[in-house]
Ligand binder design. Structure first.
Ligand SMILES: *Cc1c(COP(=O)(O)O)cnc(C)c1O
Length: 444
């Protein structure tokens, strides 16, 4: 450990983190949304631009992926109330979660079966539009459906796309790129599950495997891509495009809440809990939600006790200048999608003044939440996605939360609250792996 001892002093939460204890952290640097936008490099028009781009591509998506037909080629997930789970949580954890509990089922997003179907697919579409326009392949006013024609597909085949991944990002980038005609190479970390590699290979994706962690896979992918002028590297740690793809979720969620006649305003707070790996997905979603609901939405990230990289960066103020290994953690967790040792500097910068807080969670709990949700609501999520359930449990059981509620003038408004657990993945998990998860014995 370099000079981290000094940083750890006077910051008791860091001491608990080094001992692999679960913590609940409230962000002392959160300020009003309006204020935090004054220094933010991205804004509403960037998100609108991403939204418009997804609309232009919708006819093409619809053509390749008929399962998106009902939504006219938009990739969007259901928002459902899980009241049986809410009551069960209140019994099991002796908690008193007030208000309504909803699940945002990005686990069931088309094509990739995870939240990565937002950012990953958007980034490949953006890159494709750039290539196509540069090369004059689309006439003005022509539908993007034309990009599925054999001549353009084979043109795109002269370009490469590469990405480093713990699994789900690789699935999303790999599938969409292969379908569009690219030569796509996915660099997989040791955490990545075999079935994900098999699925990618069935699409003709070039899958390379590494012994090391996610950082290692990214490093190799980036180096290979940089050395090849026909290759584009999807940079999970720095990509503005990925982030903007995720942020489109804000407006889409607003429309869903309106349809369910759910109000969000200063008397009806919205709490959102999102599992966090490198930060792009939860950061982008938070940004999109903040643009719409401003100070009425309260976003919390959930991370595994062994890989709380974003929390470590935020609580120390060192952002990506510190890794979980620096404080003696392994970074290894059963939540493969969250097994990241160092956060995105770019996302950490934007979240610094917007995020409400974070909770860390033990691996065994992910399996408890997974089994309980399946039993009570008949919904299957992968373990990583279940980290988000630790949000409502913490909010309603931890005495420290009182401070947050008081500070934000919410104490007497919680009966009107809506809590959204952001379910980030699971629908593509094969049946035999689900059975393994369901029967796995996890020691506390
Ligand atoms: C990738 C992923 C996340 C977190 O996204 P990041 O952009 O890495 O923070 C959460 N849950 C699942 C299932 C994921 O695949």
């Amino acid at each position: 450990m370099k000079n981290f001892n000094k940083i750890m002093e006077g910051n008791p939460i860091l001491g608990m983190m080094t001992q692999e204890k679960e913590v609940l952290w409230q962000n002392p640097e959160k300020i009003s949304f309006e204020k935090s936008m004054e220094t933010c490099e991205l804004g509403e028009k960037d998100v609108d631009d991403a939204e418009q781009r997804l609309l232009r591509f919708a006819p093409l998506i619809r053509k390749y992926f008929p399962e998106t037909q009902a939504q006219n080629g938009l990739i969007e997930s259901p928002l459902v109330e899980i009241d049986v789970m809410k009551q069960y949580i209140n019994e099991k954890y002796e908690s008193c979660l007030e208000g309504r509990l909803l699940l945002k089922e990005d686990s069931h997003l088309a094509i990739a079966g995870s939240v990565k179907a937002r950012g990953g697919i958007y980034e490949v579409l953006k890159h494709t539009e750039d290539i196509v326009l540069e090369n004059g392949l689309l006439k003005e006013g022509e539908s993007y459906e034309r990009l599925g024609d054999p001549d353009i597909k084979s043109f795109l085949g002269s370009y490469k796309i590469q990405v480093g991944s713990t699994g789900n990002l690789g699935l999303s980038i790999g599938i969409i790129s292969a379908v569009l005609g690219y030569h796509v190479i996915v660099h997989m970390s040791a955490d990545a599950k075999q079935w994900k590699k098999d699925l990618l290979r069935s699409y003709g994706v070039d899958v390379r495997e590494y012994q090391g962690d996610y950082g290692e896979a990214v490093k190799n992918g980036r180096a290979l891509s940089d050395a090849d002028s026909s290759s584009y590297f999807v940079d999970d740690e720095n990509s503005r495009n990925l982030f903007l793809g995720y942020s489109v979720a804000g407006k889409r969620l607003q429309a869903q809440l309106e349809k369910m006649k759910i109000k969000t305003d200063e008397n009806h707070p919205l709490f959102v809990y999102i599992p966090c790996g490198v930060g792009g997905a939860p950061g982008g979603i938070t940004f999109g939600l903040k643009l719409i609901f401003k100070d009425d939405v309260h976003c919390f990230f959930a991370e595994p006790v062994q890989a709380p990289c974003m929390l470590l960066g935020m609580a120390t103020g060192l952002n990506n200048g510190i890794s979980v290994q620096d404080i003696g953690l392994s970074g290894q967790t059963l939540a493969d999608g969250l097994a990241v040792g160092r956060p995105s500097a770019f996302v950490g910068g934007i979240m610094k003044t917007m995020l409400s807080g974070e909770m860390t969670v033990d691996d065994y709990r992910l399996y408890d939440y997974m089994r309980d949700l399946f039993e009570k609501e008949d919904i299957f999520l992968e373990p990583s996605a279940c980290a988000a359930f630790h949000g409502p449990v913490c909010i309603s059981t931890k005495p420290e939360m009182k401070k947050y509620l008081e500070k934000n003038n919410l104490t007497d408004k919680m009966k009107n609250a809506v809590h959204i657990v952001w379910a980030t993945g699971g629908s593509l998990v094969p049946e035999e792996i689900r059975q393994e998860y369901m029967h796995a014995a996890i020691v506390h």
